[in-house]
Structures are given as structure tokens and as C-alpha cells.
Write a protein that binds this ligand. Structure first.
Ligand code: NAG
Ligand code: NAG
Ligand code: ZN
Length: 502
């Protein structure tokens, strides 16, 4: 109730990290839980060995036939990028929708292209996923790869069974550039350095998100706010953020509880830097097996990444081409930790070029190296458990809190009562909690070949039914406010879609 009042007063969704919510909810959960067998695994538990079979006998995605008439292997400035996206959405109205999530400081649109057989509408029960490119303006290989990925999807849908399966079952949102202003002042051929890395006010956007471990005092930037708003409205299941300057797939956490301590014990910044270098230690999430697996899917489908060869003699070599973010170097305010902790979206950071801004003639090679990874990674959204939370009348329960037992980073249902969680084969228990309902625990099994479908029905809480009139009216007020708020949010998303598809 305290939670509800404070978030209504603030007038927006509560920005409480989900683990904190769970700490509070844990106090409300019954102490007695049915016995279960968890900890056991089904099938291979080594993430290296787990291969997703989205559909029996589905052939591997085919190579892309680049079409210079529509999209060449060159860098596209903001006007060219906008023209390509508009032309593609006009040419493929049944497979794409173009919308803007906001503008950069200098007024450039942050375009998102949805690619799906249902581009305008969420497919109930099917996951939404995303890629974000160019958060660092001087790392534009990902930006170009995402344009080619769009072109690949729309041109392959009718001829490639794998692409058709993916687009029929997934809504893929692609933000090719999160930092168009930084890109505008970056220089092709510049492999290192910071020019163009930041937004137009000099902020590093991948240090600009709220942080789970540490207070982030950096002023929120419009590009970051646009992304925060975006991911608060769409429940993304899986996400990749594309960078350059290394060749590795890096997974949460990027920050560590120790960084707060370090800040407290050292005053001189030179000393701090030294401490931080030596303090680089893994900071693992409760979903570490899943994050390692997702990173390996990218690295192993990439032409070179999983070899783990160092970019330069002075830079680290990463075993199997993956690393925990904090083990590489800890940072505060990163986007991947925010996605995971606040929304339960499994985001990883993909460093796809040793040179930050390589010459354009190398782009074709980068595409060949990354094509399969970019596609196979998204298909991982179809691994694990998915389902709905209903009330006894079969109505969906929105914003029910869900946690996989033993994995203390929770997530919430959508307005259709849907949830998804990527999990490797094994036995699990899910805990479901919604205000006004009795909490429930349900056991389930994940097998390798297909996702587990799990619908959970919650019964109204006996305590609430027996409670006083005051409590009852307060608990009645809540769903109304929540659904009004959601309707507003939904309308805003739709307005943007309509506005930007001119
Ligand atoms: C889009 O789908 C509709 C309905 O299935 C179809 O009639 C139309 O030809 C399609 N348009 C294109 C450009 O493929
Ligand atoms: C779960 O609920 C959805 C939505 O009502 C339904 O389509 C699906 O068949 C149900 N699945 C199971 C396994 O009951
Ligand atoms: Zn970067």
C-alpha cells in the first residue's frame, strides 16, 4: 500500500529495482512452501552444449544477398539512415513499422524499426525483443549491422523458413542509433579515442542509467530518458546492445557492490583508478547460467569471437569470447544492468569490432562475421518458460510479480497477464504474487527442445476478503488507477506509431 501511494503521487511507474520489491514482497509470502525437487538438472547443464531447436527440422538461416540498390556497405549519416528506414517501411508495410522513441539533444529522431509479421500490434503470448546500436556515437559498426539486419529480414521472409519462423513468432524492435549526435562528430577510420562517444552535452549514455549498486548522480539525458520510457512500456524479453573497441560478448552485472566501498576508502582519483583496476572481479547475477549461455550463443555463431583472441597485445583475451561485465571492468549507470534489474529483460553487450570506427570497405566482412549471431541470439527469446497469470474468472492479472525461486531478480506480467523467462533445461519453481491475491508457487520443468507453457491462476486473498471496508475500498482503487495509467501509456505508444509511419 505504501508502494502504491508513493508511485501514484509520483505520477509514473515506480522506479524501484525489482529485487527491492521482492524483498518487501517476501515478507508477505507465506512461510510454508510445498516440498519440491529443485537443483536437479534435466539434460546437459553445460551452457556450451545447449542448442535451441525452435522447430523440428528448421533449416539454418540462409546467407544474405546484399542489394546495393537498396542498402550498400557504406556508413549512412542520419538523413540517409532515415531515408532507408522510411523507404523500407513503405516497401514492406506488412513486415515493418517505423516509430520514434524521442529525439536527441540536437533534434535527431531516435528511430525504431519493428520487424515482424505483426509489426503494429504485440502478438499476445509472443515475445518482443530488441537491439540497440551506436549508444557510443563513435562505435557505428553495430548501427550499420542493424540496417543490414532489417534489410536481411524483409528480403528473406518469403524465402527463408528460419526467418519466417522468427518473424512470425517474435516482434523485433531495432534502434540502429541511440546516439545520432555523437555519430555526427565521429570520424571514420578512428579506432580509439573518445571523440563522438558522448552525446551532444558530453554525457556517456552507457553511464547514464539508474544503477542497482550505486547512486548515479549523472543528470538524465534525453536519449537515456527516451530508452527508459520505451522499455517501461514494452516488456522486452531479450536485448543486445552493440558496441565497438573489443571483440567479446559481455553480460551483467557491469557494476559490483564493491565499487561503493572503493569510493569510500580512496580519495585520490589516481589511487582510485588503481584500486578499481585491481578490484575487477566477477559480479554475477542469479541468472548467470542464462547470461553465459546467451553470450555463448552470440560468440559461437560469430566467425571469430569465440576464439577469444585479444584485439591487441595490451588488451585482454576473453575465454570463449565472453566475459562478465564487472570482471572486465566495473562501471556505474550501464544500460544492461538497468534492463535486467528493473524490467527483467536479459540484455547483453556485444563488442563486435576491435576498431571502433573501421573503414567502410570492412563493413561487408563485419556483416558476414555477425549475421548468424544476430539472428540466432534473438531466437533465444523462445527458450525457457512462458505463460499467463489469470484470476479465477480467467481475466489476465497485470503487473503480477514473478520470481523464479533461487533467482532473486524478479519481473512482472504485462497487461495481458503474460510473462516470459529464459531458462536452461532443469526443474524450477516459480513464485507469483499480485495484490489482492494469495501468492502461489508452481513447479515446472524446462526441456531443451521447446519452451514450457505455464498458466497460473491466482485465488483472491482470504485476508483481503475478510478485511475491513476501508482496506477493501483501498484495494479496489488500485486496479482502476493502474489500468487508467496503462491505457494512457498504450495510447502514447500508439500515437507515436501513427505519427512516425508517414
Ligand atoms: C499485405 O497483406 C495483405 C493481407 O494479407 C495483402 O493483401 C497485401 O498484398 C500485402 N501487401 C504486401 C505489400 O505484401
Ligand atoms: C494458457 O492460456 C492461453 C491464453 O488464454 C491459452 O491460449 C493457452 O492455451 C493456455 N495454455 C495452457 C498450457 O493451458
Ligand atoms: Zn561502447
Amino acid at each position: 500500500m505504501i508502494l502504491r501511494r508513493s508511485h501514484l503521487a509520483a505520477g509514473h511507474l515506480p522506479l524501484l529495482p525489482i529485487p527491492l520489491l521482492w524483498m518487501i514482497l517476501a515478507l508477505l509470502l507465506p512461510a510454508t512452501t510445498p516440498p519440491m525437487c529443485h537443483g536437479k538438472t534435466v539434460g546437459p547443464s553445460d551452457p556450451l552444449q545447449v542448442q535451441l531447436q525452435p522447430e523440428q527440422g528448421l533449416p539454418e538461416p540462409r546467407a544474405y544477398m546484399p542489394d546495393a540498390q537498396h542498402l550498400d556497405f557504406v556508413y549512412h549519416d542520419h538523413e540517409e539512415l532515415t531515408r532507408f528506414l522510411r523507404a523500407t517501411s513503405a516497401r514492406y508495410p506488412n513486415l515493418t513499422a517505423l516509430y520514434s522513441i524521442g529525439k536527441s539533444i540536437q533534434g535527431r529522431d531516435l528511430w525504431v524499426m519493428v520487424v515482424s509479421s505483426s509489426p503494429y500490434e504485440h502478438m499476445v503470448g509472443k515475445p518482443d525483443v530488441k537491439y540497440v546500436g551506436n549508444i557510443h556515437g563513435n562505435e557505428p559498426v553495430g548501427r550499420e549491422m542493424l540496417l543490414h539486419l532489417i534489410q536481411y529480414f524483409v528480403t528473406s521472409y518469403n524465402s527463408d523458413q528460419y526467418v519466417k519462423w522468427l518473424l512470425d513468432n517474435t516482434r523485433i524492435h531495432i534502434l540502429p542509433t541511440m546516439n545520432p549526435d555523437g555519430y555526427a562528430v565521429s570520424k571514420e577510420g578512428t579506432c580509439d579515442g573518445g571523440q563522438g562517444r558522448y552525446n551532444a552535452r558530453g554525457f556517456d549514455l552507457n553511464r547514464n542509467f539508474p544503477d542497482y549498486f550505486k547512486q548515479n548522480n549523472k543528470r538524465g539525458q534525453p536519449e537515456t530518458d527516451a530508452v527508459k520510457d520505451w522499455i517501461s512500456k514494452i516488456q522486452f524479453v531479450l536485448s543486445g546492445s552493440l558496441h565497438g573497441g573489443a571483440l567479446v560478448a559481455s553480460y551483467p552485472y557491469d557494476n559490483t557492490p564493491n565499487s561503493r566501498l572503493l569510493k569510500g576508502i580512496c580519495r585520490s582519483s589516481a589511487l582510485c583508478a588503481m584500486f578499481q583496476t585491481y578490484s575487477a572481479a566477477p559480479s554475477l547475477t542469479p541468472d548467470d547460467d542464462v547470461f553465459k549461455h546467451l553470450s555463448l550463443v552470440y560468440a559461437r555463431n560469430h566467425a571469430k569471437m569465440s576464439r577469444g583472441v585479444a584485439c591487441k597485445s595490451a588488451t585482454p583475451a576473453f575465454e570463449n569470447g565472453i566475459t562478465n561485465g564487472a570482471a572486465w571492468y566495473p562501471l556505474t549507470g550501464g544500460m544492461q544492468d538497468y534492463n535486467y534489474v528493473w524490467y527483467g529483460c536479459m540484455e547483453i553487450t556485444l563488442e563486435i569490432s576491435c576498431c571502433k570506427f573501421p573503414p567502410a570497405y570492412e563493413l561487408k566482412k563485419y556483416w558476414e562475421d555477425n549475421q548468424l549471431s544476430l539472428i540466432k541470439f534473438l531466437a533465444e527469446a523462445h527458450r525457457g518458460v512462458q505463460g499467463f497469470v489469470f484470476d479465477p474468472a480467467g481475466m489476465p492479472i497485470e503487473r503480477a510479480s514473478i520470481k523464479i525461486k533461487g533467482r532473486d531478480v524478479g519481473f512482472q506480467t504485462t497487461k495481458y497477464g503474460e510473462f516470459w523467462r529464459i531458462l536452461l533445461p532443469g526443474y524450477y519453481k516459480v513464485e507469483v504474487f499480485a495484490e489482492g491475491f494469495a501468492p502461489r508457487e508452481v513447479e515446472f520443468v524446462i526441456v531443451e527442445q521447446h519452451p514450457t507453457l505455464l498458466n497460473v491462476t491466482l485465488q483472491p486473498s482470504k485476508y483481503l476478503l475478510a478485511a475491513s471496508g476501508a482496506t477493501t475500498s483501498a484495494s479496489k482503487a488500485s486496479p482502476t488507477s493502474t489500468s487508467t495509467q496503462t491505457t494512457t501509456l498504450k495510447r502514447r505508444v500508439n500515437d507515436k506509431l501513427e505519427l512516425s509511419t508517414d
